[in-house]
Write a protein that binds this ligand. Structure first.
Ligand SMILES: *[C@@H]1O[C@H](CO)[C@@H](O)[C@H](O)[C@H]1NC(C)=O
Ligand SMILES: *[C@@H]1O[C@H](CO)[C@@H](O)[C@H](O)[C@H]1NC(C)=O
Ligand SMILES: *[C@@H]1O[C@H](CO)[C@@H](O)[C@H](O)[C@H]1NC(C)=O
Length: 519
């Protein structure tokens, strides 16, 4: 009886919730939300600008199917570049019926979700200011967004800036980053030199994007819309987005080459950079052997072409959520071995930089290959002729759980000559990659709370790693130090025991002597 009563109350409550929800959304079913401007397919592989099909992919969500959704793109003040949807639009139905989502077996919840993703693949010219409005139907539209796609090829003297970071939610910490980025955006609108070309988001957004029936993730995308609807973006997937082989994530985002590689690997050129995105978590946890081979083959092929084009894009920058190299911790200690095949390709084809996140801090690593530090000249501010890929970790967009200060002990070893890391910082912030010319690129890190420049590292490179200089010496850091520490502790303990024994022995002797002398 009690069971039925309970059941009835639950059912009524559920019906009430449903009714409430559909009521509150009633006349906003086609209102476009979470607008995002992503880099399109044809930034990739050096296509002739005349044949450009898809340079920008504009995406938004609606609650209803809204088959009349469309888009208007303007150039100059009032000239319509494109209007409509025909041949350019795909609508993806994102529907979940209570499937269980967890992160590493924790934070489990069921996902009930029923929304539509509108994806527009557009041929917008590069290097031209444009504005656009998206429509869910005739009366439901977004505000006007303004943007400019980065040039494919840029004058050598023209410095290009790219923003990058990952691991962010909408906590108070994260909001300092949003605020700082809005300031940066205003600066860019006022001064050409402050312009950001594009934004590489390195994965893990909102923690967890499936919670509250997906509202947690949607809330994040609503907040970040001001940034990613105007800065051309690549939003690469993190391990917190991995459930069901990234299906829910892939229903929201389509990065270059999506139909072939499902957001797991892709590349594009901007200015003097060839960017290549790799989802290493997919490689180690989701791909079977056949898919691993496919991914390796694709990366190799991409890097062969990129190297042939190196006089136009001298810098090859890989990025992704999980890095191959970082300071020792549970996740990173094995990475150079787990991702060895990718590390080999990156070394053989001289990938200059890896932008990663995953670990919640900022770190600059020395040039690394196969877990060993490779040669370089100069110092942390002017790194000259690195003989291996340099990794920058920017997993500090800001999130509720604060920093992973369990790695703080690593700071002590930073000054060791043979430590893999140049610098570790625990602060909320973001990174900017500034490409100056063929041979010089700089990384800047900004503190979100103060918008202050914290570090500047410049890298000078001829984009060749000399195999004769290959170093295979193991690094001297955390694990070894941990072992050493353990040995010292045991020795100290033994010493204490011996001293205590001597002391007790002497004390007993003393008492005995004393007794004897009393007689
Ligand atoms: C755009 O053109 C329309 C009509 O052609 C005009 O009414 C409107 O004021 C123009 N807007 C701007 C911003 O020039
Ligand atoms: C961060 O900003 C968003 C959007 O303005 C807001 O919804 C959220 O509550 C803020 N977070 C905190 C912790 O204040
Ligand atoms: C990298 O280059 C070395 C030396 O030329 C070669 O032996 C090795 O097979 C290459 N590895 C990959 C993955 O390309």
């Amino acid at each position: 009886m009690l069971y039925f009563q309970n059941h009835l109350i639950k059912t009524l409550f559920f019906v009430y919730l449903l009714a409430n929800q559909s009521f509150s959304q009633e006349d906003k079913q086609c209102q476009p939300r979470q607008v995002r401007l992503l880099i399109g397919d044809d930034y990739t592989h050096y296509k002739n600008p005349i044949q450009i099909q898809n340079t920008a992919t504009i995406i938004f969500q609606t609650y209803d199917q809204c088959i009349h959704s469309h888009i208007k793109v303007f150039i100059k003040k009032n000239e319509t570049l494109y209007q409509g949807s025909e041949g350019k639009r795909e609508i993806v139905h994102s529907k979940w019926n209570g499937e269980q989502f967890c992160h590493n077996g924790k934070k489990c919840s069921k996902l009930y979700y029923d929304q539509y993703t509108h994806i527009f693949r557009l041929p917008i010219m590069m290097g031209v200011e444009f504005s656009y409005v998206v429509f869910g139907d005739t009366d439901s539209k977004s505000r006007v967004f303004k943007s400019k796609l980065p040039d494919l090829i840029q004058e050598e003297c023209n410095m290009q800036k790219f923003l990058f970071f990952g691991d962010q939610d909408v906590s108070a910490q994260a909001n300092t980053t949003f605020q700082s980025l809005m300031q940066l955006k205003q600066k860019g609108e006022q001064s050409f030199n402050e312009r950001i070309e594009s934004f590489v988001f390195l994965g893990d957004y909102s923690y967890e994007f499936y919670q509250n029936n997906g509202q947690k993730g949607d809330q994040y995308l609503d907040v970040v819309q001001d940034i990613i609807a105007e800065w051309p973006t690549v939003f690469s997937p993190g391990n917190h987005e991995e459930q069901y082989n990234y299906k829910f994530f892939n229903e929201k985002f389509q990065l270059p080459n999506f139909k072939q590689t499902q957001n797991n690997y892709f590349s594009f050129n901007q200015g003097q950079v060839h960017f290549i995105g790799v989802n290493l978590n997919y490689f180690s946890r989701w791909a079977d052997n056949q898919n691993k081979l496919k991914m390796l083959k694709w990366i190799e092929n991409d890097l062969i072409i990129a190297n042939q084009n190196r006089n136009q894009t001298p810098w090859i920058v890989a990025f992704g959520h999980k890095p191959i190299h970082c300071v020792q911790n549970d996740d990173c200690s094995m990475s150079p071995f787990i991702y060895r095949q990718i590390d080999d390709l990156f070394y053989n084809y001289t990938v200059d930089l890896f932008l990663g996140s995953h670990v919640h801090y900022h770190e600059l690593l020395k040039p690394m290959y196969r877990g060993s530090i490779q040669a370089y000249e100069g110092n942390l501010n002017d790194i000259k002729y690195p003989q291996g890929m340099i990794t920058v970790i920017q997993g500090n967009g800001g999130q509720e759980n604060e920093f992973q200060t369990d790695f703080k002990q690593n700071l002590k070893f930073q000054d060791r000559k043979n430590h893999r890391s140049f610098k570790v910082r625990y602060q909320v912030g973001y990174g900017i990659l500034e490409v100056h010319d063929k041979n010089r690129a700089c990384i800047k890190t900004i503190n979100s709370q103060t918008s202050e420049l914290k570090d500047q590292y410049c890298i000078y490179s001829f984009h060749r790693f000399n195999r004769d200089l290959l170093n295979t010496e193991p690094v001297d850091d955390y694990v070894q130090n941990k072992k050493q520490k353990m040995i010292w502790r045991i020795l100290l303990l033994l010493l204490l025991i011996i001293i205590s024994f001597i002391f007790i022995y002497r004390y007993l002797r003393f008492r005995e002597d004393h007794k004897n002398s009393n007689f």
